[in-house]
Design a protein around this ligand. Sequence first.
Ligand code: A3D
Length: 310
Amino acid sequence: MRKKIALIGGGQIGQILAMIAAQKEMGDIVILDIPDYENPAKGKALDLMEMAPHVNYDANISGTSDYKDIEGSDIVIITAGKPREAGMTREDLLDINIKIITDVANGVKNHAPNAFCLVLTNPLDAMVYVFHKVTGFPKNQVLGMAGTLDTARFRSFLAMELGVSVVDIAGTVLGGHGPTMVPLPRLTTVGGVPLADIADQALIDRVVDRTRNAGTEIVKLFGKGSAFFSPAWSAIVIAESYLKDKRRVLSGAALCEGEYGINGYFIGVPVLISAKGVEKILEISLNDDEKAMLQTTMEKVKQTVAECNI
Ligand code: A3D
């Protein structure tokens, strides 16, 4: 039997997610949006069905605003919510998106209680916290997608600066999804060669800074709305690891219960994604500077979560 994928939110990211998931034959797809957007969701689903003969995929793709249609989903990917406009911080979205995430969490809790849930809505670390609180799902079943994108951005910028294939760059980014995030150049390698052996500090600093502000760079260029291709692909990578039990190690906002000295908060850490969902958080031996940066980003996440009053 095919897997079932529910996409809550059929906007910019949701529609790209649907297209990639169909092309990769990851399963049948339901795009759920609010009643006002039910017809566009149905239209996007039908458009994708009509693309299938050219790409040769078999998948049933449908649009809805009724949570009953997500019943039996293996995975639920949540992009419902407002994106940023130029000049806004992710935290500026809190008031509006907390209401949306609460609605979505209730819908998912009632209709897909066994699905692995991947949250993308911003401000990410707080929205995944709220989603987890409202659903009460086990911690392995809930993850925030941000670190996988932040790491992709870090790798892309390094590849551009160094003039090497992005495929050969291995590294990770920890922390909250915002300017306080913690890229880890010390542990980054290029085809097995330590980054510090082939890049000077000025280059590293430039890439770290660009990574921290990468979302804002795109928002400024768009004027309205935020990145969608790379966030969608980052979510697909996580979804595939779960659905196919690939056991990939990726950065994601997982509930820490003692790991990295953090208790009771979701924040970007390396996670092993298997058919069990978040099977494990992997702990890195950080140096003092890295620990201090993780502490700073944690304080920022705590502050945003406190504003949720949940
Ligand atoms: P957009 O194109 O506006 O799509 C959002 C969709 O959500 C729209 O179609 C809305 O109608 C729908 N929606 C609103 N309320 C509900 C609801 N209650 N139930 C179901 N659907 C609803 O935005 P987008 O796709 O560009 O971005 C979606 C979210 O992802 C935003 O909050 C962004 O800030 C966030 N985002 C996160 C990242 C990360 O890396 C974490 C990156 C980029 C964007």
